[in-house]
Design a protein around this ligand. Structure first.
Ligand code: 6CS
Ligand code: FE
Length: 303
């Protein structure tokens, strides 16, 4: 008989069964109180209930312009474009994402430690945090593609070995978001349900999934049950540049392609609790590269 203490506990088995399941979340959501950071009780409650919080006007127009011009420089730089950390679209040479900017670029490094963002992450996660992943996403007018429905946690658990749900993303919007330029779409409240997926993770899956994810995305019946069956809605997060959307790692989200002439770009900073550092992948043959999933978990400095 196998000794149980040699078996690692998997709180969220996924990509192992052929039948998808909707399971209940095991961890709390908003962990800190009002004295632990900048959010007030109403904001903490909203994040807890909805799994996300949109905070408008966090960055000024001048700040947004500076970050955007840095982003544009990186996206146009041939060395950056040739780097493995730059992901292009499936059917064109357009830049889709540039990963690990918090390590490769001093401005984004500063941004990842910016207290207006990091203090909120610490407050919500109830601990010190480190950056699990960072990236800039660009969706140029007419050609920028979308992201299918997914829970980030499902991938981070299966492929990166993130043990539990104590992680969130901060998306800093660098352009105005309209209904027609592919803004973030979320299912409020879906962070309470873990939707397992049925595929098996192939070797080097990230090379395909960062362009277009298939394995690790929920099947249609599960989405139908999660959204219609659980009487939830889909919300589009539109609004002016300079806002920050904080969203729980297990929130079901997606975004459409950009059919408008207006570009859309944002910076994603993924903060994980230092008490939830990654282990070996739970459902993948090998771990993903450091630029997609940090194994080095130095806390983001306070202040
Ligand atoms: O695989 C990942 O880690 C990334 N993919 C998606 C679609 N969202 C989160 C994350 O950046
Ligand atoms: Fe995502």
């Amino acid at each position: 008989m196998a000794s149980t203490d040699t078996l690692r506990q998997d709180r969220y088995p996924t990509r192992v069964s052929d039948r998808p399941e909707l399971r209940e979340r095991l961890e709390p959501v908003a962990r800190g109180g009002v004295s632990d950071g900048p959010l007030d009780q109403a904001q903490l409650d909203a994040f807890d209930r909805d799994g996300y919080l949109l905070v408008p006007d966090v960055f000024t127009g001048v700040e947004v312009a500076a970050i955007r011009s840095r982003l544009d420089e990186l996206a146009a730089n041939p060395t950056v474009r040739a780097d493995a950390r730059t992901i292009t679209e499936l059917e064109s040479d357009e830049v889709r994402s540039i990963f690990e900017v918090h390590r490769s670029d001093p401005e984004f490094a500063r941004l990842s430690a910016e207290p207006r963002v990091a203090d909120v992450a610490r407050q919500l996660l109830g601990s010190d945090v480190y950056v699990h992943q960072s990236r800039i996403n660009v969706k140029p007018g007419f050609v920028g593609k979308g992201f299918w429905w997914h829970s980030d946690f499902e991938t981070w658990h299966a492929e990166d070995g993130m043990p539990g749900m104590r992680c969130l993303s901060a998306s800093i919007t660098l352009t105005d978001n309209y209904p027609h330029n592919g803004p973030l779409m979320v299912v409020p409240g879906s962070h309470r349900t873990f939707v397992t997926t049925v595929g098996r993770t192939p070797a080097d899956h990230y090379k395909a999934s960062l362009k277009k994810q298939q394995v690790g995305t929920p099947d249609h019946d599960s989405l139908q049950e999660l959204i219609v069956g659980q009487d939830r809605e889909i919300r589009q997060l539109t609004g002016a540049a300079g806002s920050v959307v904080f969203f729980d790692c297990n929130l079901m989200h997606a975004s459409a392609e950009n059919q408008s002439p207006f570009p859309r770009s944002n910076v994603f900073l993924v903060y994980n609790s230092v008490d939830n550092a990654v282990e070996e992948p739970f459902a993948a043959p090998t771990r993903r590269p450091e630029f997609v999933a940090a194994t080095e978990w130095t806390p983001v400095p306070r202040g």
